[in-house]
Write a protein that binds this ligand. Sequence first.
Ligand code: AMP
Length: 136
Amino acid sequence: MANETVFTKIDQGIIPSVKIYNDDKCFVIMDINPVVKGHCLVISKEVRPTLTDAPEDLVQHMILVARKIDARLREVLKCDGTNIMINNGPASGQEVPHLHIHVIPRYENDGRKAGFAHDSYADGEMAELGRRLEIK
Ligand code: AMP
């Protein structure tokens, strides 16, 4: 099958998984290597490698499912918050080229960081970059 990924094999049941949600556009499994226990992945049924490749209605649907999972993690695990993130393309650290949203339960003082070291701007650099990035 074209565009086969580990996630299409999971969707077809060829690779086992713990699935906690399923509909016609996406499904949700437990991440096998959780950042924090309860870490879930909202995965598109259609193989779209990145967010950039996905149609708007699919993106809208998946973010709403991610919000449902966030609510479920808060309800069942009593977590205090979640990290909801997409690694978008190999340069960002994306390992599986099949659109998925990570939903990671977080607790006050759980010892995990948000994950990024911060950079800084030279004088005027941020404003100049902002001018280039502005969408009118
Ligand atoms: P990413 O780096 O954003 O592409 O994330 C891929 C995620 O898929 C990682 O967090 C992996 O732990 C997870 N993963 C890979 N294979 C499996 C699998 N068979 N079952 C569950 N999660 C998986």
